[in-house]
Design a protein around this ligand. Structure first.
Ligand code: 5GP
Ligand code: MN
Length: 339
């Protein structure tokens, strides 16, 4: 976003507006942290603000300030529709195309509201009036901090806003370890701590509130872990039956794919999770170095994301999906073995 755009957004937000903030479907820490961080900021400026998420979010995020104010489109559709129809401004956060919001897509596409995109995914669609898109950013939360700062309001960041933004930076950077983590990311995180984000408590709330069943499910996933050493690839499967055995709840498989990537010498890690209700296999891909799982997911799994973290789906069975994955790997032999 250039200086001119910032001045225009500043002028736009100078008077009270009806604002809706929307993140992607199956919202993660960055999606919820960024929407709620922006929500608190805009509320402070006296706007009429609502956060609408396409569907529910994991319980390890259900302590973040403002989480109880979030509307869920899938279960509160009648309440959400008029809010979107009457919105003057819609912020779209942490996604790059309307289809990433699932059932909200047509409503957003037809809305007359002015759209402001804040996002760090590759290949963004061109729907926004104001587009703050930067694939080099660690997280959308880092970008919301930048946006508030560029609007000249860094001083308005309080402990609530700081807490929300800290969550998303922490979760999207794998606790500050992925290559997207820069010295600027650390400077921003330091500022957020100064402003009242309780880093240790936040880490505890997100990562150390596991149920016994979630750990048992992790044990099952690790038992299912397979390695293809000659292609520097590791993958995990979880069937619906296995999920049911361990009483799977939303968010329980978050981060499990990273165990494959933690193996010495592994460049590509995948997890395939059966979802009988949606009739799909949900796929998460992670990589090290320049191997682009974004490209792999776009080409083979109707998805996308970032160079080192992407998601996608398959409409065939779990076994057929894994077989397909294994069959395409040799075409990436060179790229995998050059890392
Ligand atoms: P995850 O594997 O954790 O679901 O997603 C990894 C990254 O890829 C996240 O940044 C997520 O937003 C993105 N992502 C996940 N699924 C999709 C998809 O279907 N399409 C696109 N474009 N991005 C996705
Ligand atoms: Mn993100």
């Amino acid at each position: 976003m250039n200086k001119e755009d910032i001045l225009k957004v500043k002028a736009l937000l100078a008077t009270k507006k009806k604002i809706v903030i929307v993140p992607h479907k199956n919202p993660d820490g960055d999606a919820i942290g960024s929407t709620l961080g922006l929500y608190h900021y805009l509320l402070k400026s006296n706007h009429q603000v609502k956060v609408i998420v396409p569907n529910d979010f994991p319980s390890f995020l259900k302590w973040i300030p403002g989480n109880d104010q979030i509307l869920k489109y899938d279960s509160q559709t009648n309440q959400c529709n008029p809010l979107i129809e009457e919105a003057e401004v819609i912020f779209t956060l942490d996604f790059n195309a309307f289809h990433r919001t699932g059932d909200m897509e047509p409503l957003l596409a037809n809305s007359k509201a002015l759209k402001i995109m804040v996002d760090h995914h590759q290949a963004p669609d061109d729907y926004a009036t104001f587009m703050y898109s930067d694939v080099n950013m660690s997280s959308t939360c880092e970008m919301v901090y930048n946006l508030i700062n560029m609007l000249g309001d860094e001083n308005t960041i309080d402990s609530q806003i700081a807490t929300c933004l800290y969550v998303g930076i922490m979760t999207d950077t794998g606790s500050f370890r992925f290559p997207s983590t820069t010295s600027t990311t650390h400077s921003i995180v330091a500022r957020l701590i100064e402003k009242g984000a309780n880093n240790s408590q936040i880490h505890n709330n997100v990562y150390d509130t596991n149920s016994y069943e979630r750990l048992q499910l992790l044990g099952c996933a690790l038992t299912n872990l397979k390695v293809i050493p000659e292609l520097k690839t590791a993958y995990i499967t979880l069937s619906q039956e296995e999920l049911n055995t361990f009483n799977y709840k939303k968010g329980d498989t978050e981060g499990v794919v990273n165990y494959g990537l933690s193996l010495n010498g592994i460049v590509l890690a995948a997890i395939f999770i059966e979802d009988k209700k949606e009739g799909i296999i949900k796929i998460s891909l992670r990589s090290k170095g320049s191997f682009s799982v974004n490209e792999m997911s776009r080409k083979h799994f109707s998805g996308g994301g970032h160079t080192n973290a992407a998601g996608g789906k398959s409409y065939t069975s779990l076994k057929a999906t894994v077989d397909n994955f294994i069959s395409i790997l040799p075409s990436y032999n060179k790229a995998l073995n050059n890392e």
